[in-house]
Each structure stands twice: as structure tokens, then as C-alpha cells.
Design a protein around this ligand. Sequence first.
Ligand code: 5AD
Ligand code: SF4
Length: 435
Amino acid sequence: MTDPKKLFIKTYGCQMNVYDSERMAESLGASGYVQTDQIDGADMVMINTCHIREKASEKLFSDLGRLRPAKEANPNLKIAVAGCVAQAEGAEIMRRMPLVDLVVGPQSYHRLPEMEAKIQKGERAIETEFPVEDKFDHLPERKAMRGPAAFLTVQEGCDKFCAFCVVPYTRGSEVSRPPERLLAEARNLASRGVRELTLLGQNVNAYSAGGYGLARLIREMAQLDGIQRLRYMTSHPNDMEDDLIAAHGDCPALMPYLHLPVQSGSDRILKAMNRKHTADDYLRVLDRVRNARPDILLTSDFIVGFPGETDADFQDTLNLVRKVGYGMAYSFKYSARPGTPAAEKLDVDTAVADARLQELQALLTSQQRAAQDAMVGQVVDVLYEKAGRLDGQMVGKSQHLHAVHVTDAAGQVGQLVRVRITESKSNSLAGVPLG
Ligand code: 5AD
Ligand code: SF4
């Protein structure tokens, strides 16, 4: 038998890319590859890209530049580019970067084994179409041993067309996977030790297939043997339907955590962003979610410096953040993406946008700290995901997705343990098991 070839994957972007990287590694497994976390000595280096902000595509070209000496030293090294930048700029990547052997878009990675065979013959391979067949029907069954927490993509694409966003163009329109396939994949994952599933989609709460909405899918997954926890992301406020909100109150496996991006607190900017909701609409949704599940931890995404954003608009964003009290949130400086409607408009002065970003981040960080500090003295459930760096320590996540370091010499990966929180550190909590 020949030695397996080594595959190194660098993943940028969202959790959907993390999931895709796993599935691509499994797909290339059929061509004799095993994944490595060492770039030196790899036979194939794959960069799974994200296109959401400008810096992401710049990063790809600088990563590729840095691979040049390795490729010169070893012409057998194969270089692959996957993900949303591959989808949007595949031909350009091939033209600008002769060292790239393979370009594969997010809808085509089931074709990797054929593409790999082609590049082994010294040809180059590019697939960035939206193929008629469903990649999930053509991917190998998931066999690897796994940690207790896994992602499961249930929906892809977006029909919302926020004025700043490339996703509707790179990932295409909304498609939901059939519920029976998802339930089978969840059962399979549970039989391999998975206890927590995060259901993924660009617009996951728009999930709709075979008479199922997201709430029904969650309720049925909660019944599967072994599945103890469920989460979902990312959601749009306009798709938070009654039964999904109700599930937060009556489905104990659904964790008290909701990532619900709002982007801005100004109605004028929300309108210009084509979000199709006001700040008040959003706050009303959160009130209903909090009524269903009072201890829910809320997170969001914000963009500052959207074209036309005034100081008053930015103050509206700060006020919304103060009203909500987030457990965590991401904030970004607006970056114009070619082809999106907002890219035609005049940018806010960079220095102004930078200052706003800093001010918003400071507020969000103080809220995150407060939410974390409030856990000290409380009892949480921690799903152990791995051993900690210190002897006798386990690391896992609480219901609220806080990382928790637990002093527990007898702890085993996959256990769900009641833990008393003793300390709040910069990005994690520490605790001890309850007697
Ligand atoms: N500029 C800055 N941030 C963006 N996002 C999406 N597009 C852009 C852009 N052009 C942010 C949004 C989204 C998150 C995934 O990325 O906040 O929710
Ligand atoms: Fe982009 Fe808006 Fe769709 Fe989210 S809802 S993926 S921000 S277009």
C-alpha cells in the first residue's frame, strides 16, 4: 500500500466553511488523502476562503504568494482554492496565480475526487458552477470518529439581498436540505459520539423543506438518541417565526443562545441596507424570545460606517446595544463589495468609521465581560470537548456557549457535567464539578 497523501486545509470565514472543510477532507479521503495540521510536508494545501469582507480576498492572494517557495521546492505539491472567493473569482485566481492547481466553489466539492485525478495528470481543474445535482447526495457518508460537538449544514444561500452583502451572489438562492436526510445524518453523527449539533445556514431560520420549518426539525432532532443539545445559526430577524420562538421555551435541548444579527440601530440605515425591518421590529422579536426563555444569551453582528451613516445613526446603534445587553457580538467596518448595491455609494470617511468601530467594540466588550462575570457562582452544564492544557483539566462549552475550563481529573470527553463557575477570565470561565 502506498502511504496516504497529506492534506492541509486552512479555513477562513464562518462555521459553514468549517463544515465544508470537514466534508472536503472526507471527500478527498476517497483519493487517498488524510488531513494533517502541519503545512510542511503536505501533498496538498487547500485554502477555504471567505468573500464577505474585502480583506478576506486580499488574504488569499498573500497566502498564495507565501506558498510560492514551497511549490518551487516541490512541484508535486498541489494547491487548491475553495469557498466563496473561489466561486466569485475562480477564473481570475487561475489567471493571476499559475501555482494554483485546483479551484472549487462551495456547491461543487463533491466533484473533488475527479478534479484531483485531473490535477495528478498535470492539468488544472476549475468548478464554480451551481451544478444541477446536490453535492450532499454525492458525498461519502461521514465515518470519522468525532468530538462531541458537530456542525450540520441544513440550508444554504440567501434571498435577502442586504445591500452590502455578497452572499446571495456567491452562495446563490436559499436551498434547504430534505429533513429525512438531515435526520439520518444527525442519527449517524449521534452514533459516532456527537452530543451537540449546531444547525447551520446562511439564513438558517428560513429553513423550509418537506413540510418542515426549522422549529419542527429541531424538535425531531431533540428526540434522537444521544443528541442532548441543539443550536442554530445564522438567523434573520424577519424569519423568527412563532413556533421557533416557542421552541426556545419548550424544547429543553435547544440551548439558550441566539445569534440574531441586526447590523445597525438606525431605521434610516436599516432601510438603506435593505434589511426590511426597523430597530423596533428587532427589539420586539428579542422581547418575545426573552419571554420564552428568560436566560437566553443574545449575540449579533454590526456594521459601522455604512454609506450615509451619520453620527446620529451611529448613536442609534449604541442605544440599541445598550437596550439589548448582548452576551457577545461581532462588529465590522463596512467594506464595499463589488457587485452589491451599496458599493455604488460614497463611503464614510475611514477615520470616522474606525473611531466608531472602536467605540462600538468597547461597549460590546464591556457587555461581554459583564455577561461572563455574572456567571461566577452559578451552576452551568458543560459538555466536555477535550482535555485542557493543564493536568486534570477538561475544556467544554456551557449552555450559553461560554468556554469553561473545569478542574476534573476524572473527566471524559463527551460527558455533560454540572459545574459551579468560580472565575471569569478574559475569554473563558473556570469552574469545578458539583460534588
Ligand atoms: N462589510 C462589512 N461587514 C459585512 N458583513 C457582511 N457583508 C459585509 C460588508 N460588505 C458582516 C455582516 C454579517 C456578517 C457575517 O458579516 O455583519 O452579518
Ligand atoms: Fe448577507 Fe443579509 Fe443574506 Fe445575511 S441576510 S447572508 S447579511 S444578504
